[in-house]
Write a protein that binds this ligand. Sequence first.
Ligand code: ZN
Length: 300
Amino acid sequence: MTHGVRISIDLGGTKIEAAVLDADGLFIDRRRVANPGDYDAMLDTVVQLVEASEAETGHRFDRVGVGIPGSPSPATGLVRNANSIWLNGRSLQGDLERHLNRPVRLANDANCMALSEATDGAGAGARSVFGVILGTGCGGGLVLDGRLIEGCNGVAGEWGHIPLPNPTPDEDTLCWCGRRNCLETWISGSGLARDHAAVTGQTLTAHDIIAAARSGDPAAEATLARHRDRLGRGLAMVVNLIDPEVIVIAGGLSNAPEIVDGAFDALRPHVFSDVVTTRVVRADHGDSSGVRGAAWLWPA
Ligand SMILES: [Zn+2]
């Protein structure tokens, strides 16, 4: 292994990405392929990506960091909570280590994002960073003093499956996880679209709703206002519990300035403090945060 050069894998629901980063966090090599959606084919694909990156860069890597949907159970080591459900119940770390013939560290993709942004992204220099992903789903991760906090149950930062705080009587949903009113059902991209459809009868994507609001559509503007208020309630709970210096927002919705820029004003009234200096910012590394954070799972 060359000092400071790392390889990582981001195992996404639709694609698998491999990256080689140098000690300064610059990409030396990146490659991305479609996720075959089949467990054994996925393992072979990861091996091919690592071998191709090694051939391209001339480095040999003794260990690999991998970001995954869901997380390994601390009790069994088996993957759970993945929305790519074919991963659940699998001994992914052991299987990857056998296929790659070297040690592997796994972490939840939102945790990787938070670690990436805390290391050299929008939360760099802060002692405490809470990262949230507002994408198809809603994840979160906590980094304190540069260290990822995974928790004794491996669910630290699993913000998306906490109930929406202070709900109104008409705010009542059932989440895919079986719980009621999970934040994910309200503030993810799919939650935004679901809410818009429930109120207006119009089936639009989150992207189309944001575009409609920009062109002055009152119903779309109202949907974004409801979303802003719910995001504020959810983030205020994070501030009251953890009080991070920086909240980094990533995922597809973070590309819309309306979502990120309104978040601070929305959370402010719900925080139990006379002063709120929390910075709420968009992720610096965008879609790359997952694969970058997975690289930081191993020390140099
Ligand atoms: Zn849930």
